[in-house]
Ligand binder design. Structure first.
Ligand code: TXA
Ligand code: MG
Length: 336
């Protein structure tokens, strides 16, 4: 059974106790809901992979209530400290060399010599992490390959019965995942995943950002980079100006005249990228559900600008549209 905990003092205390006891607790952050486990307990971390059906080779982000706790686990460079001061708490994940005394289990770090750390925004999240008193490993709280959840209801759709509890802190403000920045080589900050902090914002403090070399699914340096990811059940077609009558439309910006699509979810009628990011995963989910019920052929997506948060939106949509390996085809990924 999965407990649904309110974000009261008692709810937070129960969630923290469950985490310390090795349980799986989903919790809200400003980006998406995370599926948390005590990162120091390998058995608890193993349950994350099991609940998500996640390939074992994915390292997890460790979450902390503040920068001080986060930096105990890594060798922090001056650049890391500057970025943390500028963007934490917030949607930025830093990959750094793991400290010799790090308590994060090898399973959470996937045996790597590096560790991804993040201090999420939000009083409820901070209270939970502080009371847990250990690094909390948390991938997004969806089954592997599926759309990330931005509300407690989405989490339950994905993981009801497979996790101990969800701490409901309301809908996520940003709605897509954190930016992952690799600072392992201090001279070559590398943007592994675009996200809630934009490349433009980072470049102010980082000078030049590098991009990872193109990767194949077989050798994921950062497995959030696997090509098919965030996939709804219906196929997704990008950069569509005129949708077909048997498609659902994920629209962006003001619409001139009636749509040719069977149904429409507008990410932002005013063309605001922050609003669009916050409505992306719920829009994909809503069109997928309604479109499947009406036997539609797929989801068409209107062109979206690539500056600012548009880069992260593009990244997620490209993955949603990518050819899918059968193992992550959501239609075949049924609950046991
Ligand atoms: O917003 C977020 O980041 C959410 C919330 C819950 O914090 N978490 C999230 O986790 O999106 P996940 O597991 O879905 O994505 C983590 C990303 C993956 O792309 C993973 O490969 C990368 O971070 N990552 C984690 N540890 C890494 C490491 N040591 N080196 C390189 N990439 C790493
Ligand atoms: Mg994810």
């Amino acid at each position: 059974m999965t407990l649904r905990l309110d974000s009261t003092e008692a709810g937070i205390a129960t969630a923290a106790r469950l985490l310390r006891e090795g349980g799986l607790v989903a919790f809200g952050t400003e980006t998406v809901y995370g599926l948390g486990a005590d990162a120091t307990q390998p058995k608890a971390v193993a349950r994350i992979f099991e609940a998500k059906n996640r390939p074992r080779f994915n390292p997890l982000i460790s979450h902390f209530p503040d920068a001080e706790a986060a930096f105990e686990q890594v060798e922090a460079s001056p650049l890391a400290r500057r970025l943390a001061a500028a963007f934490w708490p917030g949607p930025l994940t830093l990959v750094l060399p793991r400290a010799a005394g790090s308590t994060v289990s090898d399973l959470a770090a996937d045996g790597l010599s590096t560790l991804a750390i993040r201090v999420p925004r939000g009083d409820i999240t901070a209270a939970l992490l502080r009371q847990t008193g250990r690094p909390v490993a948390a991938p997004s709280a969806n089954r592997s390959g599926r759309i990330s959840p931005s509300s407690a209801a989405h989490v339950l759709e994905e993981l009801e019965g497979r996790i101990d509890a969800v701490l409901d802190s309301g809908p996520c403000a940003i709605g897509l995942e954190s930016t992952v920045l690799d600072l392992t080589d201090p001279d070559r900050p590398c943007l592994l995943r675009p996200g809630g902090i934009t490349a433009e914002e980072l470049e102010v403090l980082c000078c030049t950002l590098h991009r990872p070399a193109t990767q194949s699914d077989a050798a994921p340096v950062s497995p959030g980079r696997m090509l098919s990811h965030y996939a709804p059940g219906l196929p997704v077609r990008l950069d569509v100006n005129t949708p077909r009558p048997d498609e659902a439309l994920l629209a962006f910006g003001p619409q001139n005249g009636p749509s040719t699509a069977a149904m429409t979810w507008n990410l932002s009628e005013s063309g605001n990228l922050e609003e669009a990011a916050s409505r992306l995963f719920s829009g994909l989910r809503a069109l997928d559900h309604a479109g499947t019920a009406r036997h539609l052929r797929g989801i068409a997506v209107q062109p979206i600008p690539t500056h600012g948060l548009g880069l992260a939106i593009h990244d997620r949509l490209t993955r949603a549209a990518a050819p899918r390996p059968t193992s992550v085809n959501p239609k075949e990924n049924t609950l046991p």
